[in-house]
Design a protein around this ligand. Structure first.
Ligand SMILES: Cc1cc2nc3c(=O)[nH]c(=O)nc-3n(C[C@H](O)[C@H](O)[C@H](O)COP(=O)(O)OP(=O)(O)OC[C@H]3O[C@@H](n4cnc5c(N)ncnc54)[C@H](O)[C@@H]3O)c2cc1C
Length: 433
């Protein structure tokens, strides 16, 4: 591609540029893995080409071609959540990791695995499960979500209190950069970083700094016990009090959630869900302790494994049939006041241990203003608000991430260093990145 002359590219019509770009990518990746038809729109942008490389080198070389053609790139996994964050400004090419589904190395003795970015979390957990290990991340979406995308979005789910986020499990990354370069961060062992941990920079950067092509992940041993209590009361206040008491006790729950709204399989109104994942003895002891704390004041049910799994999946995907969902992160002591202040939310959940509240809002013409108001309240409560899901017009008006304050300059400087031409998901992250 060294032969592509920038002046020539600049003088080409957009159609000609896209045709030449598609031809060059097809030559590299092969016609079976390159497509120019029926491509999905991303926030109003219609990409010209979708390529599905099978290796790190193919991703890197695809990016080099895109750079030669001054083309912007939307990194992707299975393309299920491309319209997240702020609306992108342009996307000429989608580079999907769908064919990069190789588990490169799995070392049960070290509790680590190295995978290509397109491996799904379900596939990794199936393999690790044979050695009674797992990656305990229950992000929204499906079990087919690619690990590259999960890391790019820095996701977590209801297991976060007990087990952390994917950022806690990413030991190392292999990266392909916008200019066709490459780098590695971290390594394959648990203690491997001296100085600034670059892996943490890329995790959660929404594909705006580089394409993740490989990940080395730390795994956890599977506990032999788990149980979920669904506790019901008409008085939501008392559920908050009990939940807070559990969080502040010596108990070690994996999740403590208040849920309300569209959770028909769990409870018609409000419920407190408490989950323990430990040895069987520790789980039994803690369930008894919670029953003791209830002191006969609540109705409760110990959910079967099947119902518990369905309930937690519903909590992670609480917005499945809604168009607008937002998430607050506030100091845990303010969880209740924020939860109660969003009585316009149709469904809402609150992680009492971490102060993470999620709510679905009516998608009407005033929703951007409502979000602005709620964002002010979040700031007053010492936290911030993130738009998880909304039509592009709403995310454009209200900004998915809000103002990062003083960190903004630093973030822009990092983007300028790693992707100076703003080729990767331009505009998706904090405004302008
Ligand atoms: C707050 C939040 C809420 C979510 N809610 C839902 C939900 O309700 N339903 C759902 O299906 N998913 C949801 N997701 C997304 C989900 O958790 C996964 O991130 C996503 O579904 C993974 O699927 P995918 O492989 O199709 O990713 P894609 O949709 O292909 O990509 C998702 C994002 O990751 C980037 N990306 C993908 N792969 C890479 C890579 N290798 N390198 C760099 N960047 C990459 C993309 O540019 C895009 O921004 C949510 C994510 C977040 C952060």
């Amino acid at each position: 591609m060294a032969g592509v002359c920038r002046t020539l590219v600049n003088n080409m019509s957009a159609t000609k540029k896209h045709a030449n770009l598609a031809a060059a990518l097809t030559e590299l990746i092969g016609p079976a893995n390159t497509t120019v038809e029926d491509l999905p729109e991303i926030d109003g942008c219609r990409p010209a080409v979708l390529v599905m490389p099978s290796s790190h080198d193919e991703v890197k070389d695809s990016l080099k071609i895109c750079a030669d053609y001054d083309a912007s790139v939307a990194p992707a996994g299975r393309l299920t959540w491309l319209d997240c964050g702020n609306p992108i400004e342009r996307a000429d090419v989608i580079i999907s990791s769908r064919r990069m589904d190789c588990i490169i190395d799995y070392s049960p003795a070290d509790l680590t695995a190295t995978v290509q970015a397109g491996v799904s979390i379900c596939r990794l957990n199936q393999l690790a499960g044979e050695s009674r290990q797992w990656l305990p991340v229950d992000a929204p979406g499906t079990s087919d979500d690619t690990l590259g995308a999960l890391a790019a979005c820095g996701v977590s789910g209801p297991l976060r209190y007990g087990f952390g986020t994917i950022r806690d499990y990413a030991l190392g990354l292999k990266l392909a950069h916008a200019n066709g370069g490459e780098s590695k961060s971290g390594g394959r062992v648990v203690k491997n970083v001296a100085g600034y941990d670059m892996t943490k920079l890329y995790v959660g950067s929404y594909g705006t700094l580089a394409i993740i092509t490989e990940l080395t992940l730390k795994l956890r041993p599977m506990a032999d016990g788990q149980a979920t209590l669904a506790i019901i009361s008409r008085a939501r206040d008392s559920l908050f009090e009990l939940g807070t008491q559990i969080v502040q006790s010596e108990l070690r729950p994996a999740s403590v959630y208040i849920i309300e709204g569209d959770f028909p399989d769990v409870a018609p109104g409000s419920a407190l869900l408490v989950r323990f994942i430990e040895t069987r003895e520790a789980v039994d002891y803690q369930i008894d302790r919670v029953i003791g704390l209830m002191d006969g004041r609540f109705e409760f049910e110990l959910l079967s494994d099947e119902r518990a799994a369905a309930a937690w999946l519903a909590v992670a995907n609480f917005d499945r049939s809604e168009q607008v969902a937002v998430r607050w992160s506030v100091p845990p002591s303010n969880t209740r006041s924020v939860f109660e202040s969003i009585n316009q939310a149709r469904s809402r959940t609150a992680d009492l241990a971490l102060g993470i509240i999620r709510g679905c809002l009516q998608c009407d013409s005033g929703v951007a203003n409502t979000i602005a108001l709620l964002r002010e309240r979040a700031a007053a409560a010492g936290g911030h608000l993130f738009i998880e899901k909304a039509p592009a017009s709403v995310r454009r008006d209200a900004d998915a991430f809000g103002d990062p304050g003083a960190a903004r300059r630093l973030m822009i400087a990092v983007k300028e260093k790693l992707d100076p031409l703003r080729a990767l998901n331009p505009g998706k992250f904090i405004r302008g990145i």
